[in-house]
Design a binder for this molecule. Sequence first.
Ligand code: NAG
Ligand code: NAG
Ligand code: NAG
Ligand code: NAG
Ligand code: NAG
Length: 228
Amino acid sequence: MHCIFKLAAFALAGLSAVSAFSGHGTQPHCNISSIVLANSLVTDSNGLQNLTVLVPPSNASLIQVTIGFGTQNYSCQSGKYVNVGALAQVFDISCIENLSVISSLLSSGINELELALPSVGPFAAKLATMGGFKLADHYFDTSSGSLAPVFNFAVSKGGFAIGKKLQDLPAPVNPQTNVDWLQLQAVAGDAAKFLVREQTAGGQPPATCATEGKNLEVPYAAKYWFFG
Ligand SMILES: *[C@@H]1O[C@H](CO)[C@@H](O)[C@H](O)[C@H]1NC(C)=O
Ligand SMILES: *[C@@H]1O[C@H](CO)[C@@H](O)[C@H](O)[C@H]1NC(C)=O
Ligand SMILES: *[C@@H]1O[C@H](CO)[C@@H](O)[C@H](O)[C@H]1NC(C)=O
Ligand SMILES: *[C@@H]1O[C@H](CO)[C@@H](O)[C@H](O)[C@H]1NC(C)=O
Ligand SMILES: *[C@@H]1O[C@H](CO)[C@@H](O)[C@H](O)[C@H]1NC(C)=O
């Protein structure tokens, strides 16, 4: 609880530059009432995991479906890369999320693109920025003494959400390449109450590292769902 209060205090103090705004930011320009997260989780055809644990409580309603592009950051500690944060730009895709290439094939599609064209993440981010539908910035705050994921919607005149992990599952496809799928609950901010990260592409570091203290930035993309 103490930690949560510290986070909340940070949110009020440290994020005062964005607290002029509140709420969810730009709303989708289409009717999203028929979009169901569970439909996006059916990629688990191997039956090894029940991915429905990622779905927030049924009284939480969907606000936006988004895609994030950026890097997961690591530092080499005792021969292993340890996550030290991430930096990503988050774009609204609510109105196209049900295209099958996005809803269930995003991860393999992006991995293939990244193999062919390593700069696809920044490239896609640039395209989306030009398209004018950037919704939020995602980064980590360390002022509470631990890594706290922040989603800052100031760019779309919304508030922010700071998350706490509720569920963490290995990606069902290529978990050594693709970062985990997650459900987060907001512990501060009013931009969302629950967040889900799925359809991840990239972001995992090599299994071992040789140079102590070496920093590594690994490109990744993921579908982020925001619920209020
Ligand atoms: C959105 O669609 C649902 C049915 O899918 C309908 O019940 C609802 O009235 C629609 N909302 C708006 C604002 O059109
Ligand atoms: C996809 O979603 C849009 C907007 O919500 C809707 O108009 C369209 O019918 C949906 N398409 C499919 C295939 O579900
Ligand atoms: C997955 O879990 C949910 C909720 O716990 C349950 O309703 C559903 O039947 C399970 N699905 C499978 C395929 O086991
Ligand atoms: C959902 O229900 C729980 C109690 O079961 C309540 O604490 C929570 O505030 C509700 N959330 C929303 C978004 O209404
Ligand atoms: C992560 O890497 C980005 C560059 O991709 C850098 O701008 C950022 O400061 C780094 N963040 C952390 C928490 O290490």
